[in-house]
Design a protein around this ligand. Structure first.
Ligand SMILES: *[C@@H]1O[C@H](CO)[C@@H](O)[C@H](O)[C@H]1NC(C)=O
Length: 312
């Protein structure tokens, strides 16, 4: 009886405690943040979203405090993922399907022997890159990575930068093994564009962030053709550097499940030279939608594990 009573008491206490758990000093900031990111919650949801947000905020403050004392090389910031636990973030945002076997193989990248990879190359300055896009709450990162690489290669060939359709890939590349908002692989998307002999433009086939529509590819709105794709030898960061230096932006898959990814804001993950990649998480995330990852041959975040680019 005693133990039951104790349990009941503890339960009641936690209920009372929960109601007073918020930091009242954050009240104004919470409302501002909600408005800024257009967040609307159901009454019953708001309480625990606020709790998660406060917890995240504290974690970020601690990280940045340590950063100011030289402990980390990058800063974190509260962004539109601020009300999500890391588990939710991982589920929502990691649409890259890691599989043991590759269904389609590209040709293997041959490192140009005499090419000395420069310390830095910024393809954005050279016109290869469209503005940062936003995948929304659909696990379609693979489609954004694919269009990004095709847009770059199309620009390289024609001098025209045309934004291409992720929705076209989401809706139509299931036969190649992709699973819409539940994930996919860039190589399977490249294979689709090759098989399909085209990919529609973003303007003609706009992004919805859902995967319940049927494929409605229209050849008259396609501007590209692909003859295949090239895989960078897995784990060979040196080869990846040479590929980026010689052909343009390359698709990579990275492990973005860590906390520091959810709230990454600026700075480099170790080292001075780094890869700069864009993630399709809108400009509100990271350094205007970009992250800098150290280029020190240690394959950070698995950056060189599954890199590839299309042949346009
Ligand atoms: C791509 O190839 C297909 C099939 O050969 C052709 O019909 C189409 O016009 C080509 N598209 C472009 C943009 O060149």
């Amino acid at each position: 009886m005693m133990s039951l009573y104790l349990a009941v008491l503890v339960l009641c206490m936690s209920a009372v405690y929960a109601a007073h758990m918020f930091d009242s000093q954050l009240e104004g900031h919470w409302h501002l943040w909600k408005n800024w990111h257009s967040k609307n919650y159901h009454e019953r949801e708001e309480g625990w979203r606020r709790m998660i947000w406060e917890k995240n905020l504290k974690k970020i403050e601690m990280h940045n405090l340590d950063h100011s004392m030289g402990k980390h090389s990058y800063r974190l910031g509260i962004n539109h993922f601020g009300d999500m636990t890391n588990e939710e973030f991982r589920q929502l945002m990691n649409g890259y399907k890691q599989t043991t076997e590759r269904k389609f193989k590209g040709s293997l990248f041959m490192e140009p022997k005499y090419l000395q990879a420069p310390d830095a190359v910024d393809w954005r300055e050279k016109g290869y890159v469209t503005p940062v896009k936003d995948q929304g709450s659909c696990g379609s990162c693979w489609s954004f990575s694919s269009t990004g690489a095709i847009e770059g290669q199309h620009f390289r060939k024609t001098g025209n930068l045309v934004s291409l359709s992720e929705q076209n890939l989401v809706d139509c590349s299931r036969p190649q093994g992709n699973e819409g908002c539940n994930g996919g692989l860039m190589d399977q998307a490249f294979q689709y564009v090759k098989d399909n002999a085209g990919l529609d433009t973003e303007a003609s086939y706009p992004y919805l962030g859902t995967d319940d529509d049927l494929c409605h590819y229209q050849p008259e709105f396609s501007v590209v053709n692909e003859t295949g794709f090239v895989d960078i030898p897995s784990g060979k960061e040196h080869a990846l550097m040479k590929a980026v230096a010689s052909v343009g932006p390359v698709s990579v898959a990275i492990d973005g499940s860590h906390d520091s990814f959810q709230f990454y804001q600026s700075g480099e993950t170790v080292g001075l030279t780094c890869f700069c990649l864009f993630l399709s998480w809108s400009e509100k995330w990271g350094d205007k939608g970009y992250i800098h990852i150290a280029k020190d041959r240690k394959n950070h975040c698995g950056i060189a594990t599954a890199a590839s680019y299309p042949l346009v």
